[in-house]
Design a protein around this ligand. Sequence first.
Ligand SMILES: NC(=O)c1ccc[n+]([C@@H]2O[C@H](COP(=O)([O-])OP(=O)(O)OC[C@H]3O[C@@H](n4cnc5c(N)ncnc54)[C@H](O)[C@@H]3O)[C@@H](O)[C@H]2O)c1
Length: 264
Amino acid sequence: MGLMDGKRGIIFGIANERSYAYFIAQSLRQHGAQSLFTYLPLGKMEMRVRKAVEGLGIENPWMMPCDANSDESLDAVFDKIKSDFGAIDYVVHSIAFANKDFLKLDTFHTTPRDVYLSAIDTSAYTLLAMAQRALPLMPASGGGGSIVCLSYYGGERVTPGYNVMGVAKAALEQTTRYLAYELGDKGRNVRVNCISAGPFKTLAGAGVGGMDDMIAHQERKSSLKRANTGEEVGDTAVYLLSNLSSGVTGETIHVECGFSIVGI
Ligand SMILES: NC(=O)c1ccc[n+]([C@@H]2O[C@H](COP(=O)([O-])OP(=O)(O)OC[C@H]3O[C@@H](n4cnc5c(N)ncnc54)[C@H](O)[C@@H]3O)[C@@H](O)[C@H]2O)c1
């Protein structure tokens, strides 16, 4: 018996085999879930995402293009889920974007309005946009649902160079809590949680200045004295998306080897 047997949901955010969303898809599959996928309609993304997903042993994956900044694009994805399946049990939000020219040391104070707003739009508002579309597909009569997003400690404390993305992560974590409160109410039983993961070399991670230093710092300072793995993030997502966490909502769980509990 898998923890996720009989559960189906959608994963936003696989770019390749290094993506945190890829490890989440892998863990979900190992525990019996059926996942649906989207890809950013840009360049070779479709091919890369298909290759990664098929590499997990998923044949003929359900995949759709989605630019989460577009309401029409999100509507198309959730309308298709409705017509194909009627309902879903989970959503994984593992997407973020900020102009990397402003993810460098000493550039936060120079951030222009459009760069600030686009970081918050793609990296935080999209969680709300997905949740409002998923809600009708997660009826309480079917057990409700679970939504998970990905954050980083730079949303809680200043991490030089993380800059506007840190502001967006603070918004994402608070969006998680407000959504959790409302979607848990009126018998809806939809839970919303956040994983605050450690620094990891992905496409998005490469855009953040000083990624190697951030990983080395976690290896030195964290309680477990090492970097976290993608698999550890994937397994935590399974916990949050499965019935094991039925009493947990509005939380941000740190998967960074006990980095953020250490003060000096
Ligand atoms: N890599 C790290 O160090 C790290 C640490 C903690 C949290 N995170 C978070 O994990 C999540 C996944 O990032 P990742 O590190 O796996 O990098 P990644 O580059 O593999 O994934 C980012 C994804 O965001 C998608 N995306 C960007 N703009 C989009 C849009 N408008 N519409 C739809 N999709 C869009 C990209 O296509 C990509 O699949 C992000 O929220 C990121 O901030 C990353």
